[in-house]
Design a protein around this ligand. Sequence first.
Ligand code: URA
Length: 434
Amino acid sequence: MRMYDIIQKKRDGGELSDEEIKFFVNGAVDGSIPDYQLSALLMAVYFREMSEREISVLTQAMAESGDTVNLSAIDGFTVDKHSTGGVGDKTTLIVAPIVAALGGKVAKMSGRGLGHTGGTVDKLESIIGFKTELAREDFFRQVNETGISVIGQSGNLAPADKKLYALRDVTATVESIPLIASSIMSKKLAAGSQGIVLDVKTGSGAFMKTVEKSKALAEEMVRIGTAAGRKMTAVITNMDIPLGRAIGNSLEVIEAVETLNGRGCGDLAEVCFCLAANMLMLVNGKSYEDNFADVKASVADGSALSKLRQMVEYQGGNPEWIDNTELFPKAKYEYKVISSRSGYINRMDAEKIGIASVILGAGREKKEDSVDFSAGIILEKKTCDKVEKGDTLAVFHTNDESKIEEAEKRFLSALEFAENEVEKQPLIYETITG
Ligand code: URA
């Protein structure tokens, strides 16, 4: 078999055989196919797309390209969630403890932030001492004893995806439904949970900018997971504005604790409660309404917050930081961004706001960069809010004063104002079940 023929076939709109797909996935992992040929194939897939069969075979081949996690040592129904990536997206920190408090088993592997989007592993590591690498037996034991553990993705989970994703990132081939669906689902299938809820983001801060495209992506991922024997749900949620008010690692953990204390920002709580209720439906088969009521009760009675506290304690962090978030180290500089005009905020470009927080130190430009855990942005105003000249739009937190000017420019370029009141957009567009 020759890679040249595979590229040519896809370039001309042909359908690849199972063997051809497995050939290039194996070649990506063992290094026998050079990057330029893999990149050419990715571009051909970008333009010519793939059939459902091709996407399923590609996903399975990537899932089997490295370690697969067998969660059968865990008693009870294992349930996972995955977000397609966003700004201020701290949902895992809220949803996982709620689901664990209500009987689901959350054995979760999360990623780090890259580019304008944050990652759960970085957020958790802002709790000094918190271990995101655990031996397999310790991970299983913790989930059996407490119902929850969130760790970093093992280095050898879906290595074919790692290779192809890095090439897509630099060849303008990320925004492709077959490639995103197979990338995400290969990792989810390899991570082993019986039920999976996908939070498919749509809007300016998401990879898919329109609801139609997000829906097509969600349907494809639900189809792949269902065919692989997993219980699947996808929820399409708004990422036209950052979720909640905090962007940046420790700032987001603090906001998650506030939300689990029942004092969170309305949009964040609404999305989290919806995701948690959908996960619980896969666990217990009860209705959405019943689970939603249980979710709210787990926050009101403090049992969800206790689960987060317990996870922090088991994984080496100081649980007192959850009781008293004043213990999180603060950034040296707090800078208020002041509005030079009055009006209503008509639009916020979530991607630009994410980049402003990266400039302040909250994210990494390159994989090997380290992050400043206390850096980030607290939004004082969001889309639809009325603003008077002189009002504070946001507060920047940073340890590098020299970055403030550039971050402010980027932040202000993300805002659009209107003279009149602005209509609220939906937060949750649609739920798709397998
Ligand atoms: N997240 C992934 O893991 N893969 C993609 O292709 C896009 C988002």
